[in-house]
Design a protein around this ligand. Structure first.
Ligand SMILES: [Zn+2]
Length: 378
């Protein structure tokens, strides 16, 4: 499993210039190579393969780009062509590789880690004697390669690492999670976790900034300044949110052997009939993917189930108890169980993950995610 660790770079003025020009030149290289492929196809009706393109490549055109960035940039182009062709074959809509503008082209990669190492708090890239790295914590696993990324607030380096899962002690605990509108999460143990205020606050702030932005003149100097502020605000909000989601998913992965969640695609379809909360939706998806890899690393089980009826069913006796969206409490006339609506749903979700759908009372904990999902027909 690959994981990306990201660190901020503190380049000096000269180094910023160098990074900027490397980005600019790799972008031009990409676009030229793309044009070459298109021209070749128009002339011959054939695809110019990576090997021939590399062989014909004139090193004099971009003398400043180190050979390995030429390599990885061409790789990137041919990879996006491979994706495009695969899409055609499978009938999926994957766009034709497009020409890149400087604004969109924000990264390039080293071939492997030995070429782009971090050493003594510095990152070594061509013709510099090391760019300072703010490495708040060390990366985990085996580093595969490094990548340079430019964001609104500066340059970052990403170390892509391969992480092998470890066996940890069993906790003998299983939990079901309900992702809701009222609470971010209600779990089957009865905990209800609200989304922090900054989830919402951030939204207003962003909307205000964007209004200001639309008032400024199209090409004016001020517009650019405001745009910078908007993008930076956006980054800050994103980081706050991710930080919170990391902590929460870490807690659930650490405390349980098995975590059962609802399949978000299905849940999303059900919910959108009432309300569309794009921010929560995006955060849920992020949360679930964080949770999944954290569980994988610990060799623990992550199960997605189809959430149909989870909010209406009684988690104690299985009776269907109809309730409107505003009704917060589940009260069962059959078995007299009373509980929070979302906690009841979370208990149902946990049950769905524990039992095979054909009424066989077999626990499926211990299966891999794929096996479990397949057996549940998800
Ligand atoms: Zn009941």
């Amino acid at each position: 499993m690959n994981k990306i660790f990201e660190y901020k770079l503190r380049p000096n003025k000269k180094q910023v210039k160098l990074l900027d020009s490397l980005l600019w030149e790799t972008k031009c290289l990409y676009n030229n190579a793309l044009q070459e492929l298109i021209d070749y196809y128009e002339k011959t009706g054939k695809y110019l393969n990576r090997f021939t393109q590399d062989k014909n490549y004139n090193k004099q055109i971009y003398p400043n780009i180190p050979a390995q960035f030429v390599d990885t940039t061409l790789d990137r182009l041919h990879r996006s062509f491979a994706n495009f062709f695969r899409g055609l074959k499978q009938g999926k809509k994957i766009g034709f590789p497009r020409f890149q503008s400087y604004k969109r082209w924000s990264s390039f990669a080293f071939r492997d880690y030995t070429q782009g190492k971090i050493k003594d708090g510095k990152w070594y890239i061509s013709k510099t004697n090391g760019i300072k790295v703010i490495q708040h914590r060390d990366f985990l696993g085996t580093p595969k390669l490094t990548r340079l990324v430019k964001r609104a607030d500066g340059y970052y380096i990403q170390v892509i690492c391969e992480i092998k899962s470890v066996k940890v002690k069993k906790t003998d605990k299983q939990i079901g999670l309900d992702l809701g509108l009222r609470y971010f999460i209600a779990d089957s143990s009865g905990n209800k976790i609200e989304a922090p205020k900054f989830f919402r606050k951030a939204q207003y702030k962003l909307a205000r900034n964007q209004r200001q932005l639309s008032k400024k003149q199209k090409e004016g100097k001020n517009r650019n300044k405001v745009r910078q502020i908007v993008v930076k605000n956006h980054l800050t909000i994103q980081r706050q949110r991710r930080g919170w989601l990391h902590k929460l998913s870490h807690k659930y992965a650490n405390e349980n052997d098995v975590v059962v969640v609802e399949n978000l695609n299905v849940a999303g379809m059900v919910r959108n009939r009432y309300l569309s909360l794009s921010i929560s939706d995006a955060s849920w998806a992020t949360f679930l993917s964080m949770l999944e890899y954290k569980l994988q690393i610990l060799s623990r089980t992550f199960i997605k189930v189809n959430p149909v009826y989870t909010s209406q069913k009684c988690s104690q006796c299985g009776a269907i108890v109809q309730k409107s969206l505003s009704q917060r409490t589940h009260y069962c006339p059959e078995c007299l169980y009373i509980g929070d609506r979302d906690v009841n749903a979370a208990k149902n979700i946990l049950k769905l993950g524990q039992v095979l759908p054909f009424g066989e009372d077999t626990a499926i904990a211990g299966l891999t995610t794929q096996e479990a999902n397949r057996s549940l027909g998800v």
